[in-house]
Design a protein around this ligand. Structure first.
Ligand code: NDP
Ligand code: 2IT
Length: 447
């Protein structure tokens, strides 16, 4: 069978085994398509059915999460943990609480995580979890009761050397705290079973900032190679959560101007540059909507609907909200307005036709599994610090993060070049992430 046929038959099987899981299909297809030249050179991957194995999670957990709301009513959500691949380390990946969560989303995220974690150079396998619970509009006590119920089941399946969850959409420091407390209470052990913990109880400095900062560090490295920098660049950042806020902070520190941000209702445009303190107050402290920004800063304009943000003229676009938020039409609008760099802070925010448009038009496009790896990288550093029972300084953790992002850029660039796709960082990231995992699977036998 030709390499192309091998890939096609693996993909057919994925479609058949995982009906209706569109996001998972999309993530698998992108990776498989990139791997054709690697498969050609390495028949041992085909003989050992590495591809067939890598698309099949090692374990899928689905469970009932019952809890009682403030009105005394019983609520029932569904919980997930997909332990996808442990070839290079314990399962590692975030937990997402969002009403859109179903098995297909958790599988796509867990699958991406395998290659992302490999790119960091740290010993972490791939996994992801979550629930269709919606934290929006819930009281602190409701969030706590939900997190406790979720962890009451999850704690049977995870552990500091087995599977180490962290945050993602809808899960930040507050939720990690409630889940950590419940794990400790049931298992009677104080261990680094979650990352993104509070700084007084085992969290790492820079973890809060890591995904956004890392995203900007890798773009900075790419710009440096072109003899450019963020200085004077106009930047659009979608979302206004953890990743978006700290990406914006780092862009501003490096002399760029962020003019637009968004949430799932709409976007703000502030031609004078976003005042980040206001965004932090609205989103991190008050947990309100981004449109509140315009009642404080009259220089800014609010537009309903989140797609419109991609029609704002910018040099660099950083999608930092959610999957498939940037489609072909939005990609065309960015290209038309002169955007030269797109880097994904979110996981799979660009649709396949959007990504094609960027590549055809020579827009430098950094895919999420490389560009947003800074978050899980500092999670890996948090695990290392927990094992040492020691906490590093901000400067040390930040320097390690920067170093990891620069190395990721170098590795994905050279992998793309080696396989005749110079400048195609999608191919570069998929190949560089895959090879290490595939070789480890080969070495460990048929498991
Ligand atoms: P947050 O929950 O902190 O923020 C999410 C942001 O995205 C909010 O502004 C939210 O708006 C918006 N958003 C969420 N869902 C949708 C939707 N369906 N349509 C439009 N906007 C939406 O999450 P994070 O910042 O942590 O995560 C953002 C992205 O980055 C995700 O793709 C995540 O997987 C990825 N990521 C996160 C990492 C981390 O360390 N946190 C690491 C690597 C990747 P609203 O408030 O209206 O819901
Ligand atoms: O998508 C991601 O990489 C994350 N949400 C962070 C995972 C982690 O374990 O820190």
């Amino acid at each position: 069978m030709s390499s192309k046929n091998v890939i096609e038959s693996v993909y057919e099987q994925v479609l058949k085994r995982n009906p209706g899981e569109n996001e998972f299909h999309q993530a698998v297809k992108e990776v498989l398509d990139s791997l054709i030249p690697v498969i050609e050179e390495n028949p041992q991957y085909v003989d050992s059915r590495i591809l067939d194995r890598i698309v099949e999670p090692e374990r899928v957990l689905m469970f009932r999460v019952p809890w009682i709301d403030d009105a005394g009513k019983v609520q029932v959500n569904r919980g997930f943990r997909v332990q996808f691949n442990s070839a290079i380390g314990p399962y590692k990946g975030g937990i997402r609480f969002h009403p859109s969560v179903y098995l297909g989303i958790i599988k796509f995220l867990g699958f991406e995580q395998i290659f992302k974690n490999s790119l960091t150079g740290l010993m972490m396998g791939g996994g992801k979890g979550g629930s269709d619970f919606d934290p929006k509009g819930k009281s602190n006590n409701e969030v706590m009761r939900f997190c406790q119920s979720f962890m009451t089941e999850l704690c049977k399946h995870i552990g500091a050397d087995t599977d180490v969850p962290a945050g993602d959409i809808g899960v930040g420091g507050r939720e990690v705290g409630y889940m950590f407390g419940q794990y400790k209470r049931i298992r009677n052990e104080f261990v680094g079973v979650l990352t993104g913990k509070g700084l007084q109880w085992g969290g790492s400095l820079v973890r809060t900032e890591a995904t956004g900062y890392g995203l900007v560090y890798i773009v900075d490295e790419l710009l440096k190679e072109k003899g450019e920098s963020f200085e004077g660049k106009t930047v659009t950042v979608s979302g206004s959560g953890n990743v978006a806020i700290y990406a914006t902070e780092k862009v501003q520190q490096l002399g760029g101007k962020v003019v637009a941000m968004s949430d799932s209702n709409g976007f703000i445009y502030d031609p004078q540059g976003i005042k980040l303190d206001t965004v932090k107050q609205i989103k991190e402290v008050e947990r309100k909507r981004i449109k509140e920004y315009c009642t404080i800063h009259t220089s800014a304009k609010y537009t309903e609907g989140c797609n419109g943000i991609w029609t704002v003229k910018c040099d660099v676009a950083l999608p930092c909200a959610t999957q498939n938020e940037l489609d072909g039409a939005s990609a065309k609008a960015l290209v038309k307005n002169g955007c030269k760099v797109v880097a994904e802070g979110a996981n799979m925010p660009t649709t396949p036709d959007g990504a094609d448009i960027f590549i055809e038009n020579n827009v430098a496009f950094l895919p999420g599994k490389a560009a947003n790896a800074g978050g899980v990288a500092v999670s890996g550093l948090e695990m290392a610090q927990n094992s040492q029972r020691y906490a590093w300084t901000f400067e040390r953790a930040d320097a390690e993060l920067k170093n990891i992002m620069v190395n990721i850029y170098k590795n994905i660039s050279s992998a793309a070049e080696k396989y005749g796709k110079k400048g195609n960082y999608i191919v570069g990231a998929n190949i560089a992430g895959f090879v290490k995992v595939a070789d480890s699977m080969l070495a460990q036998g048929v498991i």
